[in-house]
Design a protein around this ligand. Structure first.
Ligand SMILES: Nc1ncnc2c1ncn2[C@@H]1O[C@H](COP(=O)(O)OP(=O)(O)OP(=O)(O)O)[C@@H](O)[C@H]1O
Ligand SMILES: O=C(O)[C@@H](O)C(=O)CO
Length: 418
């Protein structure tokens, strides 16, 4: 393995794995730090953690474990992947994890670049935009766990770090490789080890990728990886052999626990011609909706690629959270989707499409998956995935806000065939 990544959530991990695979590296996604050796032929390994919203000390511990495992596999460079909307609180976990990784790797500098132009995330003068809105006016300021109320990533990150934070503006990013590398080095020389680096287009990310070829640590959204495979290719280090993926055949199901506006539109579009079971949190909490009921419903629609979803509008989500407590309702829904996925997989479902990062984490953990191979891109940031579980199982793990309205139908058709 040449390149290793520690991702702070599951859908984010497949987003990054997608970029690396499309960049020509033989890439695998691992669920948590591995214990043994990675499969031969794997050039890039992305470890998916669920550390975005946990206590900073625990996020640091798990991230260091994952990085140590990747280093033991031979990785020469480590990517720390966080959300393209920089999801974090004033306490962390981006700053504490990034500083701990700098220390582990014994290196003096790393860029900080959440930019992902294909999803509308751009950074200019240290300020993060989502589409044409500043981050803090994009809806992310209302996020239930990590409200992003400050679009100045330098200032927001500095609240989380021990050291000062540096910055390289877009003009310098575009001034050529030598100027960019010198600017990053100057920040390092001034003891600003984490350097927020502007970028608004893929070309900027490619320039940054080339400039950090020798860096031990790179941090960002999946866009920061756009230029990294080329660094290894230029040195003749890539085999150019794509990993062969087994074909997936069998019935499909869609599970959506994401309530983002994109997911709401996607569920509505899919429901227009597929059977759907809406899971009401109140019914789940008081026992009117049970795993058994849902399984019976799925069995009666197996072969029709049904969807089971808890997706609801913000008012309904707020109401359920007020009534039962945010964490209790989230835990009940996540457990439900995890148990449902495991049961229907045992029944013979071979294609499982999941909406939502936390929901994806719950499903992947309930299925007991350890590693996933990366297939074709379904939408920017979302690849088809294949794993082995009593035969090939096809999956897609969609970040809440990713994909067009037809995402679920597309995903069902792309992760395998009936
Ligand atoms: N109807 C609902 N009411 C309250 N909470 C819900 C409801 N439906 C789902 N949830 C919870 O909301 C959370 C949704 O998070 P999840 O990460 O799956 O989606 P997301 O935030 O849209 O995706 P991402 O993290 O990829 O952006 C989960 O914890 C889920 O259990
Ligand atoms: O970077 C992104 O936006 C996604 O990969 C993600 O991490 C969403 O949870």
């Amino acid at each position: 393995m040449l390149l290793g990544a520690v991702a702070d959530d599951f859908t984010g991990a497949s987003d990054l794995a997608n970029t690396l695979a499309r960049g020509g590296m033989a890439t695998m996604q691992f669920v948590g730090a591995g214990t043994g050796a990675a499969p031969a032929g794997c050039e890039a390994g992305v470890v998916a953690l669920k550390t975005r919203s946990i206590a900073p000390a625990e996020a640091v511990r798990q991230s260091l474990d994952a990085a140590r495992w990747l280093l033991a596999q031979g990785c020469e460079q480590i990517i720390f992947k966080y959300c393209s909307t920089f999801d974090s609180t004033p306490e962390g976990n981006i700053g504490p994890v990034a500083e701990a990784l700098l220390d582990l790797l014994g290196t003096g500098v790393a860029v900080v670049c959440p930019v992902f132009p294909a999803a509308g995330r751009r950074l200019f003068m240290g300020h993060l935009f989502v589409g044409d809105r500043l981050l803090s006016e994009s809806g992310m300021e209302k996020h239930p766990l990590t409200p992003m109320t400050d679009p100045d990533i330098r200032r927001w990150l500095r609240r989380q770090t021990r050291g000062e934070v540096g910055h390289v503006p877009l003009d310098t990013v575009r001034a050529g490789g030598a100027a960019l590398a010198a600017a990053i080095d100057a920040e390092a020389a001034a003891a600003r080890r984490l350097v927020v680096t502007d970028a608004v287009a893929d070309q900027d990310l490619l320039a940054i990728g080339a400039a950090v070829a020798g860096h031990r640590l790179v941090t960002g959204g999946s866009g920061i990886a756009l230029g990294l495979p080329q660094n290894f290719r230029a040195k003749g280090r890539l085999s150019g052999e794509p990993m062969t993926l087994p074909a997936v055949h069998g019935p499909a199901i869609v599970l959506c626990g994401s309530c983002s506006s994109a997911s709401q539109a996607q569920v509505a579009a899919y429901r227009a011609d597929r059977p759907g079971l809406a899971v009401d949190p109140a019914e789940l909490m008081d026992g009117r909706m049970t795993l058994g009921r849902a399984v019976e419903w799925v069995r009666s629609h197996a072969g029709e690629a049904p969807i089971v979803y808890s997706t609801a509008a913000p008012d309904a989500v707020r109401e359920a959270q007020k009534q039962f407590g945010r964490e209790a309702v989230a835990a009940a829904i996540e457990t439900f989707f995890g148990d449902l996925a495991r049961t229907v997989a045992e029944d013979g479902m071979k294609r499982i499409v999941v909406g939502g990062g936390e929901t994806s984490g719950a499903v992947v953990e309930a299925l007991g998956l350890r590693s996933l191979q990366i297939g074709s891109e379904i939408a920017p940031g979302v690849p088809a995935l294949v794993t082995e579980r009593g035969g090939p199982l096809g999956l897609a793990l969609k970040s809440g806000n990713f994909g067009g309205a037809d995402f679920f139908a597309k995903a069902v058709g792309q992760v395998g065939t009936a």
